[in-house]
Design a protein around this ligand. Structure first.
Ligand SMILES: [Fe+2]
Ligand SMILES: [Fe+2]
Length: 169
């Protein structure tokens, strides 16, 4: 019996354009994760002060999770016959997560993290929509990652709320 297009799904010849498109979507997601690792590593190291300790520790934990996401995106790019790009193809987008003027400015970092997580949530929601009925494996993976990002954002929204309550944000 011949294998039909439907059996091969995203790997069928008819779907090569779609597969390339998904690889492009995943490549952008990969870079977003890599940039987040850079930004969170810098922020968790640079922050000073007693109040910053909680944020530093939380960011340090997130670095590992974001790196884990980057690895997942890389593996999926390869599975879809794409090539994980080299560093020369990187272009930064997180202007909002550059080190603040004062390294005790915890609120600036919290706001930057919320913006980064919101960007990831918006973009991963788009990937989930675009892979609907096309590539359930990628979709499933991105749904799990999206949940992590929602958790990260919720945590930092809680931090911001505390500073707002105290009139420091
Ligand atoms: Fe992530
Ligand atoms: Fe995140």
């Amino acid at each position: 019996m011949e294998t039909s297009s439907a059996d091969k799904g995203i790997f069928s010849g008819d779907n090569s354009g779609t597969r390339e498109h998904i690889v492009e979507l995943l490549t952008k997601a990969y870079w977003m994760e890599i940039e987040t690792v850079m930004s969170y590593l810098a922020a968790s190291t640079n922050l000073d002060g007693v109040r910053a300790q909680e944020i530093r520790e939380s960011l340090a934990g997130d670095i590992e999770e974001e790196l884990g996401h980057a690895k997942e995106f890389a593996a999926r790019i390869k599975e879809l016959y794409g090539v994980v790009p080299g560093s020369e193809e990187f272009s930064p987008a997180q202007s909002f997560l550059q080190p603040p003027e004062h390294q005790t400015d915890v609120v600036a970092v919290i706001r930057g993290v919320i913006e980064a997580e919101s960007g990831a949530i918006e973009y991963y929601t788009r990937i989930i929509q675009e892979t609907e009925g096309v590539d359930p494996v990628t979709q499933d993976m991105v749904i799990a990652i999206l949940r992590d990002e929602q958790g990260h954002r919720r945590l930092f929204e809680g931090f911001l709320r505390e500073y707002e309550f105290e009139g420091k944000a």
